[in-house]
Structures are given as C-alpha cells and as structure tokens.
Design a protein around this ligand. Structure first.
Ligand SMILES: [Zn+2]
Length: 497
C-alpha cells in the first residue's frame, strides 16, 4: 500500500524543495496505517472473528533482522506498573520498533472492553512455521497479582534487545514462537491497589468471577458461568497448539504443577495428598527448571503465614485442590504442559521492588522457554505424504494424550530415555514407534499411517484410545457461579495466589 502511495507521490513530480516534508508526511501516514493494522494480527491460526486483512511487512533476511535490532533503540520501559493504556502504548511501541521480531494481537476483550493483548516474539512473528513449537506465558489472570504483568513487559524488552547479542536468546527466537499475554484480567488490575500484599480486591474479573476457577475441569463438572476472558483464552489455545506454558501468579513463592484438582478434593485437602499426572516426571522437571533458577524460590522458605515448599515446587492439589484451573485444562484438553508460577509473596508490591523481581525471575523465565525443545516432535502423514490432522497420540503408559495439528505436526516434552509413541486416527491403522530421547536435543520422528482395509472400515473406526479428554469440555451448563465451590476452596482462593 505504501509503495503504491510512493509511486503516486513520485508521479506527481513535486518540486524537489517540497520533497522532504512530503516524504515525512508519507512516512507518518504509512506508520499510522501499520500501527492500526497490527492491533489485530492476520494469521490463519487466529479466531475467525479476529481476522482483519492487511498487508504484512515483508519478512526481512536474517542479516537485516540483526541490522535492524542493532540499530534501533528499544522504547523506554521503566520499572513501574503500567496500567492498561500505558501497557498498550508500550506494546505498540515495541512492535513499531521491532516489526520483524514481534507481532501484537488481541485474543478478545475483557468484560469492560479491554483487549487481551498477546505479543509474539519470534523470527517469524506473523506466521506459523511448520515444525516450530509455539509456547506461551499468561500473567495477571488474578488482576491484583501484578508482578508477572510487569515481568512480561521486561521479558519482551529483553528478548528483542538481546536477540543480536545473546546466543541463547537468538536460539529461542529463531526456533520458537513465544506468545506473551501480560494481562488476562486487565479489568481486575485497574481496581487493584499497589502495595496491597493480600486479599481479593482486583483478583476477580469485572463480574466478580475468579478466572482460575472458570475452566472446564477433568474431575468434576464446573458449573461456574464461563466468562469472556476464559472463553477467549479457550478459543486461543484451541487454535494454536501450544507445547509449553507458564501461568504467572503472586501471593506465594513456588512452581506448582498439575493436577490442581483430584477425584476427591475433600480427602486431598485434609490429607495434603498429591494428585499426580501420568507425566509427573516431566512436570516435576519443568517446575524444577523454573524454581532452581530462582534462588529464593528454590530455597523453599515460606511466605508469611504459609508453609514452605521443598526445592520451591509442589503438586497443585497437594498444596490445595481447586476446580476449573487453567493448568489442568491446558494439559488434559490441549496437550500443553502448563505450570503455575507463584513469583512473589506480596501480590502487588511497591514498584520499587520490581527490579529485584526481574533479577530473581529472568533466568527462570528464559530457561523455562528452552524446555519446549526437549522430547519428541515430528509429523504424522498418510502414505501419500499428506498430513493427518487430529490424530490421537500418546506416550505408552501415559494416558493423557495429545493430537496432531492440521499440518500433521506434533510435539511432546518427555525426559531422556526410551519411550513408545502410539498413534491412532480414524480409518488408519494404529502405529507404535519406539523413540529414544536425548538430553540435549529433540528427537524428530515422522510417522506414516496406512489406511485401514475396506473390510476393517466396514467394521467401524478403531476403538477410542484410552486417553483422558474431558467428556464435554465446551458445553458446561451455566448455573450458580459459586455452587460448586467447597468452603475450603473459597477460603484458599482468597488466601493464596
Ligand atoms: Zn493467582
């Protein structure tokens, strides 16, 4: 569009003396058009109703990327809390300076109409690249847990500025698409108060719902009325196959991993028994990667009035069970390994403490993202080399599965050793493949599925795999918003992050 304008401009044969001012006007107009367009990213993986067609900037070569990153200064980012307008302005500014390393999109709007912004930081911010894993951080889903929100802005700043200088950051951005949502509850943040370490003011969305109790639950029917913020996040994670995720909270100092809920929450809450997933070794490892790079978290010393956590990690239900949490939903319904990161004893500490929190969490945030490059990945194809979409996959003896994308891609984080990968898809012969996982790199596997013979097809599709998926994840009936909460859960939701 800008090039068309430019050609028209040249064809006008303006007087040379007027060129500089006209060129700058043209540049301002193009920049404005660009900024307006990037508010809603165009990409085939985003929700249909979010699509706004616009011209993508041409992807530059890697050398040009480096030149750009070297030569441009980042927008200023102070260690202060950024309200919605300031956060939005920063995200737009960083996207303006680094248009080839970042993309800004909104997954939808909060109850009060604030965008749920996501910034992608990657060598290919606008387009999914075949085989490249998508990872995410979501912060501030409890609006008064504010540290994570600010750390996400500093993480974005760090990634774009260190890209040319730091080989690990460059590896991450060249091989991963990192999606960062600084605030899942922008309405709650606006009514929370700086310096208030405890309590619930700002925790809930504008209708008074706790968003981390608002997801479909594997163990119990969640009867809480679905909220817009939750619905948009569910839509988001159903469109993009995220491999790894961190959900940042405050009010404690621990990395907590699934399950958050249990078949018998009363028993677990009384006995502090863990509710373990079949991938407990992986989750313990992921939580340990985060905690062990955060000195205070790893020491496991308790926050005031709480118990400590050995090595800074815990199973969610062992700490306290809850219904409708986001991490269980990510794991069971979408095959995404999500853990919950409680990064500050004080939920909304004074801004003067933010530099310390950034220093404490910087390594953890970076190292955790690298875990997306552990395990097995590849493609499931048919005999003609066409992708098999939605194939059920699982690691043998781990009955929580995952599925292939529409390009037939899959990723699964598993620890080093021998594993059996199982694949099933309607009208195809099931397959089992042994994979050997190394410590220092992902194992690539392509799996070809043969069609079932006609005789077998007449007998119907293969039996459903013994994989855990919610019975009816997206059709939860609406009813009394707090009807399914036990008193214990109500209590702990106010006390903990
Ligand atoms: Zn929280």
């Amino acid at each position: 569009m800008c090039s068309v304008l430019f050609l028209q401009f040249i064809s006008l044969r303006m007087k040379p003396a007027s060129w500089p001012s006209n060129i700058s006007m043209l540049a301002v107009a193009c920049f404005y058009i660009y900024l307006t367009a990037v508010q809603k990213i165009h990409a085939d993986e985003f929700p249909q109703n979010q699509r706004v067609p616009f011209s993508l900037p041409n992807l530059m070569s890697r050398d040009s990327l480096l030149d750009q990153a070297y030569n441009s200064g980042p927008p200023p980012l102070s260690f202060d809390y950024h309200n919605y307008d300031a956060m939005t302005a920063y995200l737009r500014a960083v996207n303006g300076v680094y248009p080839n390393l970042t993309a800004l999109y909104s997954v939808g709007k909060s109850v009060n109409g604030k965008d749920l912004w996501v910034m992608v930081v990657s060598f290919s911010p606008y387009k999914h690249v075949l085989g490249v894993p998508n990872v995410k951080y979501v912060a501030n889903m409890h609006g008064n847990e504010a540290v994570g929100r600010e750390l996400m802005l500093h993480l974005i700043q760090y990634l774009v500025t260190e890209y040319p200088r730091d080989s690990y950051v460059r590896f991450l951005l060249d091989n991963t698409r990192i999606h960062i949502m600084p605030s899942m509850n922008p309405d709650g943040f606006e009514v929370a108060k700086e310096g208030v370490c405890e309590g619930g003011q700002g925790r809930y969305n504008a209708r008074g719902y706790d968003l981390n109790r608002n997801f479909p639950d594997y163990f119990k029917q969640n009867t809480v009325r679905p909220q817009p913020e939750t619905e948009f996040v569910k839509q988001w994670i159903s469109k993009i196959q995220f491999v790894l995720s961190g959900n940042l909270h405050g009010g404690a100092l621990v990395a907590s991993y699934p399950f958050d809920n249990t078949p018998n929450s009363l028993f677990h809450s009384l006995t502090s028994t863990a509710s373990l997933t079949p991938d407990d070794d992986v989750f313990k490892h992921l939580a340990t990667v985060y905690a062990s790079n955060n000195k205070r978290m790893f020491q496991g010393r308790p926050c005031k009035g709480q118990s400590g956590f050995k090595n800074g990690i815990t199973n969610g239900a062992k700490w306290y069970p809850l219904i409708g949490g986001m991490q269980d939903y990510n794991y069971v319904s979408h095959g995404c390994m999500e853990i919950t990161l409680e990064i500050s004893c004080c939920k909304y500490p004074p801004a003067s403490d933010l530099p310390r929190y950034w220093q404490e969490n910087k390594e953890s945030l970076l190292k955790f993202l690298g875990e997306a490059h552990r395990g097995v990945r590849g493609f499931v194809l048919d005999v003609n080399g066409e992708p098999v979409e939605g194939a059920f996959m699982k690691i043998k003896d781990r009955d929580v599965g995952f599925r292939t994308t529409r390009h037939g891609e899959f990723w699964r984080i598993i620890l080093p050793g021998r594993h059996i990968l199982q694949v099933r898809a309607d009208n195809y012969e099931p397959e089992e493949i042994e994979v050997i996982i190394a410590e220092d790199r992902p194992t690539h596997v392509n799996i070809t599925l043969g069609r079932l013979s006609r005789r077998h097809q007449n007998l119907g599709p293969p039996p459903p795999p013994s994989v855990m998926f919610p019975q009816n994840p997206d059709n939860q009936p609406a009813s009394n918003p707090f009807g399914s909460f036990s008193n214990f859960n109500k209590f702990v939701s106010n006390v903990f992050g």
